[in-house]
Design a protein around this ligand. Sequence first.
Ligand code: ADP
Ligand code: ASP
Ligand code: MG
Length: 404
Amino acid sequence: MKIMVQKFGGSSVENPERIKRVAERVVSCRKKGWSMVVVVSALGDTTDELIELASQITDNPPAREMDMLLSTGEQISVALLAMAIQELGYDAISLTGAQVGIMTDKSHTKAKIIDIGASRIKKELEKGRVVIVAGFQGVTEDQDITTLGRGGSDLTAVALAKAVSADTCEIYTDVEGIYTTDPRIVPQARKLKAITYDEMLEMASLGAQVMQARSIEVAKKFDIPLHVRSSFSFNEGTLILKEADIMEDFVISGVTLNKNEAKITVCDVPDKPGIAAKIFKEVSKTGVNVDTIVQNVSRKGYTDLSFTVPLADLNKARSLTEKIARSIEAGGILEDKEIARVSIVGVGMKTHPGVAANMFEALADKKINISMITTSEISISCIIEKKNAEKAVRAVHAKFGFGK
Ligand code: ADP
Ligand code: ASP
Ligand code: MG
């Protein structure tokens, strides 16, 4: 039995017409003899709409209830897709995360998968059914519904591909593959034939929403090649693979943009050992991911300390940081929501000098000020003003030209 996992994102199942198109595509593979496991996201912007609905009730929705709410989106799409496939004369069954046995930890809204029971899926496949699984959701050992973080249907697909030992895993979305940058910001962006797990992971972590970062971690861990392609065409998309399998050799693979971060600055922090440890230890206990950190030069025993956090965690991070600032007798707190992160990613920068300088020059040419810089082995990120975000992406993308 050759097994194919296909995942369809929200825009691919936005309305009944698109759901029918997806059904046809799935059936065409079934006809060719594939056993099909299909993962679907919620219709269109359903997840955003559900989040908005909750915000009309409370500023602080309990995470457990949030998961109960958000998981309904995917439950709608699996049922509709199963109906559409049955309408074409093929047997199909929809299953929730819990029914499949996608077991997670208890960290609601960003749960980690602990285990997947493949037996139910295999049983259904053996009956010749197309198995349609609700993306983005799992269940705890206490039978509480969890979700896997935004974009989590990608993770469902990859984890299922591993669990059922799939022969191939395809991720269908609303663009033709992975591009050198978001093609909605730079229409001239080039589609990549292939990209390494490491580069894709870095791009995803730095804001390229096309794949969820954690799904790439899992794909890399188990070496599951992914084919990212469009649900609106039959063109080849982009393969995500290990480095050894990549033929192209570019210095930079992509430019990313993240506008979902905020900067917190703790002013006049007493400049003595242990203070940074105290601040970041406390913040990490709340599960907030601190990113770029910059500490200014000490002035008369005091310094300013800035760091970025996800916009969604700003309230939590700010109130905690305020408390810590008081306890260490710092001057006060500033927050800035008007920031954006522009990054370049590429394994080639390990061996090519001058990449950072080129990026800074591209920003300088457009008179864009850089307030923070971070680097990793294969990426360079600059924090700039949000109002310059798209201009910066275009400038940096053009600067690299994406030649060899
Ligand atoms: P889905 O609903 O299918 O999961 P997403 O909206 O999560 O789709 O991701 C697809 C979007 O990611 C594209 O519409 C595109 O605007 C955006 N994107 C950002 N960076 C890139 C990139 N480098 N290559 C392709 N798409 C990108
Ligand atoms: N529906 C979820 C979201 O919008 C999961 C996904 O689309 O992958 O984040
Ligand atoms: Mg997505």
